[in-house]
Design a protein. Structure first.
Length: 357
């Protein structure tokens, strides 16, 4: 059976699945439940000196696998986390990461205290890209444990922020935070679903998260927790291939239950065994060399398996150039003069009857 363990900033995780900061990590009991369910590591809700008070409601689903939220940070105070919640997790299986922020002054105040509770590392969260490097410096002065900095795809100078944070001593990166502001409206009432602008997470942001992970990994070999929209074992693999060391998740186990962790661990084991991988760590960065290649421009060469075709017609429907037809005998007809080799027809084929060579 393949080895699922990974090394994150010198800390061994039994598998690469990290419960990202959010409702499922609101206190010690919830975090222990996630570890018991199979998470390799858990990240606390973001700890600030004072507890937040969230609006009601503050989380809603959009589509089937994405969410909007107007949550703040932890609704438990830093004092409760430091004196009660985190010390109760000293005896545990799995890795605990304390999330804190949102300013350099708060990190200076809390980082050392959090480290002394026995957590394995810190994750710093800032809403201001200009504070990120200073937060790292503050944490490294006061906490003798690895420090991750969580970065946002909203930041216009993301590459410069990552560079500055690594120079300031960050041991690794978490990418990305939720995206926004975003908005969803109840069309019956005309009211925003959460009363205001909100933050988007889940499947809707996955491709953006993978892009950011890859961009950072192309420039830096730093440990990286790829976070954003992961909901399947294949998406875990995809995020690792983009350069992630470990993979943060929250929306999927929140919507599907904590059983998601154990189920996904089993799926990853099967995926690796079927393809002959001995270690999941071997997947890291496999896609990066291809991103350095020039995009191909040669016309696509298609293959069609009539035995697998169900005549659903999806390939014909999505062809914007009307280049493709399905004959009366279920033969695939293609007008090469009209075809632009976009590839969408193969992407929508539900049975794999239409592929490219």
């Amino acid at each position: 059976m393949a080895d699922l363990s990974v090394d994150l900033c010198g800390v061994r995780l039994p598998n690469p699945l990290v419960l990202a900061s959010g409702p499922l990590s609101w206190n010690a009991e919830a975090m222990r439940a996630a570890l018991d369910a199979g998470a390799g590591a858990v990240v606390t809700k973001t700890i600030r000196p004072e507890a937040t008070v969230n609006p009601a409601p503050h989380i809603t689903r959009v589509g089937s696998r994405s969410m909007l939220n107007t949550e703040g940070w932890s609704d438990l105070s830093a004092e409760q986390w430091i004196e009660a919640e985190l010390p109760s997790l000293v005896e545990r299986d799995g890795v605990v990461i304390a999330s804190t922020g949102h300013t350099p002054a708060e990190v200076e105040r809390l980082a050392g205290q959090l480290a002394r509770t026995g957590v394995d590392m810190l994750e710093l969260v800032s809403y201001d890209e200009h504070d990120a490097a200073a937060m790292v410096e503050a944490a490294k002065r006061t906490a003798p444990i690895p420090v991750l900095i969580k970065v946002s795809a909203n930041w216009t100078n993301l590459k410069e922020v990552v560079e500055a944070c690594l120079e300031a001593g960050a041991d690794g990166i978490t990418a990305i935070d939720s995206i926004g502001p975003a908005l969803a409206i109840d069309v019956e009432t005309g009211r925003p679903l959460l009363g205001s602008f909100a933050w988007l997470s889940g499947e809707a942001i996955h491709a953006i998260a993978v892009r950011v992970v890859a961009e950072i990994s192309l420039d830096h070999d730093a440990p990286l927790v790829g976070t954003g929209g992961v909901g399947t074992a294949d998406q875990v693999v995809e995020t690792l291939m983009a350069g992630a060391t470990a993979v943060g998740v929250h929306t999927a186990p929140l919507l599907q239950g904590l059983e998601w962790f154990g189920r996904t661990v089993q799926q990853l084991e099967r995926w690796l065994d079927q393809r002959g991988y001995g270690q999941i760590a071997a997947l890291r960065g496999r896609a990066l060399p291809h991103l350095r290649e020039q995009p191909a421009q040669d016309p696509l060469v298609f293959a069609f398996d009539a035995q697998r075709c169900t005549a659903c017609g999806r390939c014909v429907t999505v062809c914007a150039y009307r280049a493709r037809r399905l004959g009366a005998e279920r033969e695939m007809l293609l007008d090469r003069e009209l075809c632009r080799s976009c590839g969408l027809c193969t992407a929508v084929c539900p049975t794999g009857a239409l592929t490219t060579l």
